[in-house]
Design a binder for this molecule. Structure first.
Ligand code: FAD
Length: 644
């Protein structure tokens, strides 16, 4: 128990250390958690400029042609093989250099255009979009752009822009969401000119592709010793050449979906990595990884939105043409509801991602929380919408597209999309981890004011009385302000009646959210950090408020440029009505919950007291595989597929 607590403390300290606590620019979501509604940040909606849009349009046309000529998504899914020719054609278009600045040979695309390309590729083939996204959303280009030296950029970026592939290796067999347990070790050489890297990395996307030549590896470097003599674990980031002696592509991993990706387990044995290949300074690794993921996280929602777009046409045709019980299935109300949720949530996700990409391009707002919210919300709702789409298609939704085609029917890849997209809720920070990141910021104001009083840190300079006075001064102003009507920093009169009402709700709910977080903090105090479900309720409220605001701003924009088309109004109105229902349920769950019962039953299971539930079931793996711990078996699918 004490060991568990210690491990949790180390994980928290490391996460806290890597967390960027300063806000250089405003953040809509951070302000919202304090009760402010920053409508001015998103209204008027920052639409893509005509010039930037034209660049994206021209590229999308070429991307479509290459995809349709060289990529067969059904065959990739069936065979688990990805065509080298297709990768070469994508590279010729510059798609491995989309985020690399032009001066280093890349396309230098805006974040908005990058998201549009990933959206189109995502609407066609999940494996292809993962190849591109792992390479530049998390692979070498992004961290080098932000933290690399000029020499590093000149040395590595032009190679990648030309089509060499990169990857990102953080995960290890015992390290998933908790990098504090990292074992991969980089020891400085005696003469200080290189590091010696040893360790195993798991599930490295692109890691098994023979064209992957550079990889970002996160590794422990010698601990820093604090002033009080306490060792502080250091994680550092390195660019490693894949052809360095000691790097082994150990085994390809195969998954439920994304069957064309070349993902694998890598081992590093006494690999010499020159010191000049370290990105940033020793100990900056996690910060680099987190910063990389800020914009990187937008790739996944963009691809997910693309996947939903793929089925819009089919949704229209199928729901009309499939007639059961005397009418089109789309006219049965329970199916209408699914269609409507699909369309309205796709609209809202598009608004949220376009807005956050525009923030990233304009560099006028901090997108840390917005990117986490987009990653979390989109991966959850892409999954929900795909599940609904499969349901609407009935048995044909569950049938493989090649099987449909073989029977002479129009193929539709609902089941491939579901298998491909399910991972969105797990990788690049799981939904639970997104909750943790956002919850930390939701309580930040109160934690930073109150914690030093309740639990002073060793060496803390200010006295508890001085800190209590500071907190009193803040709360005596801030708390009453959460009951005041929202200051009208937005011109509501220009909006439609329905949107004005939704906007008023968002504005009021921001204050209510901030107040309720404060009350809950008072009630649970330090223990609040362990109340994940409760904090999750707050995060879900905050996320829905952010998406509502983005969707309202986007709808207003579309209505103003094309007043003849009122469809955005219907979509935003439905989305907001749904979101409001979820928000009210979440507010209610903060005071009326049975979270302790979840913990109790989970503990019963974990303590082995519920095994009787499995009576009459075969709970062991099939006999042939029961020696899994001893036998390093070579299953044909997992065998290393080194292609020449
Ligand atoms: C197809 C695929 C591609 C991948 N590509 C890469 C890659 O290119 N590079 C790379 O480094 N990694 C990659 N990964 C790894 C991926 O990022 C991890 O799977 C992910 O980080 C989760 O880690 P884990 O699987 O070890 O789960 P764990 O961390 O063991 O978590 C298990 C469960 O517990 C939850 N959990 C964990 N900690 C907490 C907590 N504190 N509070 C609440 N819940 C918690 C998690 O959300 C999850 O539901 C890939 C994985 C897959 C499957």
């Amino acid at each position: 128990m004490a060991e568990d607590k210690k491990a949790q403390d180390v994980a928290m300290e490391l996460a806290e250390d890597a967390r960027e606590s300063k806000w250089e620019y405003r953040s809509f979501t951070a302000e919202m958690f304090r009760g402010n509604f920053g409508w001015d940040l998103m209204h008027p909606f920052p639409a893509q400029s005509a010039e930037d849009k034209a660049i994206g349009d021209a590229l999308l046309e070429k991307v479509k042609e290459v995809l349709e000529t060289y990529v067969d998504p059904y065959e990739i899914d069936r065979s688990g093989e990805y065509s080298r020719e297709a990768l070469d054609k994508l590279a010729e278009l510059g798609l491995f250099g989309m985020k690399i600045p032009k001066e280093y040979g890349g396309l230098g695309l805006s974040v908005q255009n990058y998201a549009r390309v990933l959206g189109m590729v995502g609407s066609y083939c999940g494996s292809t979009v993962t190849y591109l996204s792992a390479h530049q959303s998390i692979g070498v280009p992004e961290p080098l752009k932000s933290f690399g030296t000029e020499e590093q950029k000149k040395k590595f970026l032009p190679r990648l822009a030309k089509g060499e592939i990169s990857a990102f290796a953080l995960t290890e067999p015992d390290v998933g969401s908790d990098p504090a347990k990292m074992i991969t070790w980089a020891e400085p050489s005696e003469d200080g000119s290189y590091y010696i890297l040893n360790g195993d990395k798991l599930w490295c996307t692109n890691g098994m592709d023979p064209k992957t030549s550079l990889i970002v590896v996160m590794a422990r470097t010698p601990d820093k010793i604090s002033k009080s003599g306490k060792p502080i674990p250091q994680i550092s980031a390195f660019v490693v050449e894949m052809d360095s002696p000691g790097v082994e592509r150990a085994r390809r991993c195969m998954f439920m979906g994304l069957r064309g990706i070349m993902n694998g387990a890598l081992t590093f044995k006494d690999v010499k990595v020159p010191v000049e290949n370290m990105i940033g300074k020793p100990g900056m690794g996690l910060k680099i990884a987190l910063t990389t993921l800020n914009t990187g996280r937008l790739g996944l929602p963009a691809a997910g939105i693309g996947t939903l777009k793929m089925f819009i046409k089919e949704l229209e045709q199928w729901s009309n043409s499939r007639v059961q019980w005397g009418k089109s299935v789309g006219k049965h109300q329970s199916i209408s509801k699914k269609i409507a949720i699909y369309a309205s949530h796709l609209f809202a996700m598009q608004a949220m991602v376009s807005l956050t990409c525009a923030f990233a391009d304009q560099k006028n707002a901090d997108i840390r929380l917005e990117a986490s919210a987009a990653k979390y919300f989109c991966s959850e709702y892409v999954w929900k919408c795909l599940d609904d789409y499969m349901q609407i298609r009935g048995g044909r939704g569950y049938e493989n597209p090649l099987s449909l085609y073989g029977r002479g029917e129009k193929p539709s890849a609902a089941e491939i999309a579901m298998r491909d997209m399910r991972i969105g809720r797990i990788f690049e920070g799981s939904s639970e981890v997104m909750h943790l990141i956002m919850a930390r910021e939701a309580v930040d104001t109160h934690f930073s004011l109150v914690m030093p009083i309740m639990k002073p840190k060793p060496g803390q300079k200010e006295s508890r009385i001085a800190l209590a006075w500071k907190a009193f001064k803040f709360y005596s102003k801030w708390y009453p302000s959460t009951y005041m009507p929202a200051s009208t920093n937005f011109n509501v009169n220009k909006l439609s009646g329905a949107n004005r009402a939704h906007l008023g709700y968002v504005s009021k709910s921001c204050k209510k959210l901030a107040r309720r977080i404060f009350h809950t903090m008072g009630r649970y105090q330090q223990k609040l950090e362990n109340e994940q479900v409760l904090l999750g309720n707050f995060v879900d409220i905050g996320t829905d408020l952010f998406v509502m605001a983005a969707a309202l701003a986007y709808a207003e924009h579309l209505l103003s440029v094309n007043p003849g088309d009122q469809t955005p109004q219907e979509l935003v109105d439905l989305f907001c009505s749904e979101a409001r229902r979820r928000i009210e349920a979440n507010f209610k769950a903060v005071n009326h919950h049975h979270n302790k019962k979840y913990v109790k039953v989970a503990n019963l299971l974990m303590d082995g007291k519920l095994q009787w539930l499995a009576k009459d079931a075969i709970t062991d793996v099939p006999p042939k595989y029961r020696d899994y711990a001893k036998n390093d078996y070579e299953h044909p699918e997992t065998k290393l597929t080194e292609k020449k």
